[in-house]
Design a protein around this ligand. Structure first.
Ligand SMILES: *[C@@H]1O[C@H](CO)[C@@H](O)[C@H](O)[C@H]1NC(C)=O
Ligand SMILES: *[C@@H]1O[C@H](CO)[C@@H](O)[C@H](O)[C@H]1NC(C)=O
Length: 208
């Protein structure tokens, strides 16, 4: 599990973007996950991910106990954090911390425009000025990968991934369902067009 290809595949330029002095460090313990470190150490999910590009993989599956990681760089370190709980919305979080949604989004750029992708246990920067490091150029947005075990803060408004398979290709799209997610229904067996079944209209018994 520790020898994940992502560790070696990450572009080297990501490191140079993050020039600066590490002013907070943490030694990984057995049983740590990224969001438990974030919550305990007051470092947002985004920031932990952004400053550890090339060290921690996008899914946070390569934490090595006893290894030291950086939590914050001088001048780009938000330590005013809040951990998302069930039923949170961005509006509530912003208003509870007396900040506007623009600042909340700038400090937590992994939050989508509709704020439907926050999840329970995610750690957000709730400072009222922009304090987090900029996203490294290229690659995925840090903090954007939601842990597979995570529960969305608002279950009914979470984007649903639908896989569309055609003969030529497989496409994955994100859609946000209405509260009643009809869109996830698979077609019932036998509903497919099939020209061998063109005898539906024939009165079955007339031929006897
Ligand atoms: C995290 O922030 C809380 C609330 O401000 C504080 O009580 C706690 O000591 C901080 N923890 C660390 C590790 O900085
Ligand atoms: C949030 O606050 C910033 C700085 O005060 C301001 O520039 C911005 O327009 C505000 N955004 C909203 C949506 O009120």
């Amino acid at each position: 599990m520790f020898f994940t290809a992502a560790l070696f595949a990450l572009p080297l330029f990501a490191q140079s973007v993050l020039a600066g002095e590490c002013t907070r460090r943490y030694i990984i313990k057995d049983g740590d996950i990224c969001d438990s470190i974030s919550a305990a150490q007051n470092v947002s999910t985004y920031q932990l991910s952004a400053i550890n590009v090339g060290v921690i993989d996008a899914e946070c599956l390569n934490l090595v106990p006893s290894k030291t990681i950086c939590l914050g760089y001088a001048g780009e370190d938000c330590s005013t954090t809040y951990t998302v709980v069930a039923d949170d919305t961005c509006e509530q979080i912003a208003s509870n911390h007396k900040l506007n949604s623009t600042i909340l989004t700038l400090n937590n750029p992994q939050i989508n425009a509709e704020c439907t992708n926050i999840y329970i246990g995610e750690v957000l920067c709730v400072a009222n000025t922009v304090q987090v490091p900029p996203a490294p150029a290229g690659g995925n947005l840090p903090g954007a990968v939601i842990p597979v075990t995570a529960k969305p803060a608002k279950p009914t408004s979470t984007p649903v991934q639908i896989q569309i398979t055609t003969v030529e290709s497989t496409t994955v799209v994100n859609v946000t369902p209405a509260p009643t997610p009809e869109v996830t229904k698979a077609p019932a067996a036998g509903e497919e067009d099939d020209d061998t079944e063109d005898d539906d209209d024939l009165p079955f018994c007339d031929e006897i």
